[in-house]
Each structure stands twice: as structure tokens, then as C-alpha cells.
Design a protein around this ligand. Structure first.
Ligand code: URA
Length: 223
């Protein structure tokens, strides 16, 4: 929204009275008197009139090592959630940039900036999600080729982007996928009769789970 509309709405004034508020130098945008009352105001811009703060929201970016058993949601009736692990008064502002299943561990990103979270989760952004996967049988060439070609998901009516598979052992691989469909990794392996026995997310794009961030711990970062 334009700054002058924002201030006018708050003051309950029409265009002329709002212009007077600006001309009197009473408005500050991020600490400065703005040159242009028509400037667009973003969610994280600080807006003040005289001594009153109209808007001041700190952008928050958190990486967490999600432990097994914790739910990737903001609220849950039954289980502890990732938000419950952040004992800060701002925790309730956060949302998840991509979920993990309850029995998956590893990197989750939380933020109050939806532009940032969408840049990680939108399939068109082609951000790689890197998983360590263990399954209950051999990962054959057939499985690897199918993943590398992309797979048709009828429920969502999409073909997944070509995935990358680095075979680490007969039944263990590092898998990079570019979407976050519900149970995607488990569903990919189940096509070949393989059950995922361990799933751990190591990275989302350039964001690596720090080696010293223990399960249940979190840290702030700047994107
Ligand atoms: N794929 C899954 O099946 N589960 C996850 O938690 C993440 C990706």
C-alpha cells in the first residue's frame, strides 16, 4: 500500500488533511522523513507518525534441526510442534517454508516473510531439497533412472523435476528433489515397493543444516 494511504487510513483523514500531516514532517519511514508520500510500504517497513508507531515488524529467519516425533505445523492438538520449540514471544509470527513429516528429521526453515518462504517452496524456483534416505531394499538402476527422469504424480497432476541420486550404499542415498509434494520421497520409493526407513533433510537450496545444530535446536540467520 502507498504510504500516504496507509497514514490516511490510520488518521482517518482525506487526501488534503493527509498531505498536511506529511508537509508538517510528522511522518517517518524507517526513521527518515520520506521524500515521496506515494512510496510503497512493505510489511517490514517501520512507519511512525509523531511518537506513535503504526507498523514495526522485524523480519525473522530461523533454521531448526527438527527432531523425530515433532510436528511441522504451527499448532497441533496432540503433538509438540516446531513452534513449541521456539520459546520466544515472536514465535507465533512464524510459518514454515516447507514441512517435514513427523518421523522425518532435519532442516526446517521458519520465517514471517512469505516472499522469502515462497522463494524456497515454489516449484518454479527450482530450489533443491536434499535428503538422506534409507530404504528397506536395494536402490536399483531402475529406481535411479525413474527419479532422474521425473515422476508423474496423478493426485497433483504434475511430473516432478528430474531428481539427483547419489548412491551411498545399497539401500541408502542422498536424494535432491525440487518440489515438496506431500510425502514425496516416500511416495517416490513406494512406486518400487521400497519403504523409507530413515529420512533426514540436510539442505534446502544454499541453506545447509549446520553440523553443530543438534536435534531440537534452532538458530537465526539472514538470507
Ligand atoms: N518426503 C517425505 O516423504 N517426507 C518428508 O518429510 C519430506 C519429503
Amino acid at each position: 500500500m502507498r504510504l500516504d494511504r496507509f497514514v490516511g487510513k490510520w488518521a482517518g483523514t482525506g487526501k488534503r488533511r493527509t498531505r498536511e500531516i506529511f508537509e508538517a514532517g510528522r511522518v517517518r519511514l524507517n526513521g527518515d522523513v520520506p521524500d515521496e508520500p506515494g512510496t510503497e510500504v512493505g510489511k517490514f517497513d517501520r512507519v511512525e507518525v509523531d511518537d506513535e508507531i503504526l507498523q514495526a515488524l522485524t523480519p525473522r529467519y530461523v533454521m531448526m534441526h527438527k527432531p523425530l516425533g515433532i510436528v511441522s505445523a504451527t499448532v497441533d492438538e496432540e503433538h509438540q510442534t516446531v513452534i513449541d520449540l521456539i520459546k520466544e514471544d515472536w514465535a507465533g509470527e512464524l510459518h514454515l517454508a516447507g514441512r517435514l513429516d513427523r518421523h522425518t528429521s532435519g532442516l526446517v526453515v521458519l520465517t514471517n516473510n512469505s516472499v522469502f518462504s515462497e522463494s524456497l517452496t515454489e516449484p518454479s524456483e527450482k530450489v533443491g531439497k536434499v535428503y538422506l534416505v534409507e530404504v528397506d531394499g536395494p536402490i536399483t538402476e531402475e529406481v535411479i533412472s525413474a527419479f532422474e527422469e521425473g515422476m508423474w504424480f496423478a493426485k497433483e497432476q504434475v511430473t516432478t523435476a528430474p531428481a539427483q541420486v547419489e548412491l551411498l550404499a545399497d539401500s541408502e542415498c542422498r536424494l535432491t528433489i525440487y518440489e515438496g509434494k506431500h510425502h514425496q520421497v516416500k511416495r517416490m520409493f513406494s512406486r518400487f515397493g521400497l519403504k523409507v526407513t530413515r529420512l533426514h533433510r540436510e539442505a534446502i537450496g544454499k541453506l545447509q543444516l549446520p553440523g553443530d545444530l543438534m536435534p531440537g535446536e534452532w538458530m537465526k540467520f539472514l538470507p
